[in-house]
Design a protein around this ligand. Structure first.
Ligand SMILES: [Zn+2]
Length: 192
């Protein structure tokens, strides 16, 4: 069975957020370590568009979360939590959020994208020029880098692809230099 057919089976081929039936597609709930049914939901185009573009949010559409927040599937609950967090200032989403209970590890997953955290408290990684870095970006070293735990030095100008951000600290990213995964300080890289 494919992920799509598994999702269709569990949802009855409806959007797992709003029960819509138009243009249903797999929506992967970031961050995805293993792609599959457990880290995905089936979502309609209306929901997907608004999840991905906060500018296009129609708060009334998300009244559907009143029901879907009680889904038995963690991936659905995580998206419900994120959307309610995003809409908190409307009032009613805050009431729903207060009723919601997520297991600690599910709550951690829900918080991983920074949704619901005040802009000022968000951990934002920036390169030497102040350009915002995202997971999966490529950077180039602007300074020789000693690889921790080895005698190897990565030369200035070395490209590091598919970096990952340290969730706790805006100064650090991780990336592979050659075969070695190493911690790199953001002010010594430039986004490419
Ligand atoms: Zn939907």
């Amino acid at each position: 069975m494919s992920v799509l057919s598994d999702l269709e089976a569990r949802s009855g081929t409806t959007c797992e957020l709003c029960t819509g039936t138009q243009n249903l597609e797999i929506f992967e709930v970031e961050p995805v370590s293993i792609s599959g049914v457990d880290s995905s939901i089936l979502a309609c185009e209306t929901c997907r568009t608004q999840i991905e573009d906060p500018e296009q949010m129609d708060p009334n559409h998300w009244r559907c979360l009143n029901d879907s927040m009680w889904s038995q599937y963690d991936s659905v609950k995580v998206v419900a939590w994120r959307m309610l967090s995003r809409l908190k200032s409307e009032g009613w989403p805050k009431d729903l959020l207060d009723m919601m209970y997520l297991e600690p590890e599910v709550l951690e997953w829900a918080k991983a994208t920074g949704e619901g955290i005040a802009e000022a408290d968000k951990i934002i990684h920036r390169d030497v020029n102040g350009v915002v870095l995202q997971n999966g970006d490529s950077v180039v070293l602007i300074k020789d880098l000693k690889i921790k735990g080895s005698s190897q030095v990565a030369k200035q100008g070395t490209a590091v692809r598919r970096i990952s951000l340290d969730r706790e600290n805006a100064e650090y990213i991780e990336g592979k230099v050659g075969p070695t995964l190493t911690v790199i300080i953001t002010k010594y890289v430039k986004k490419i």
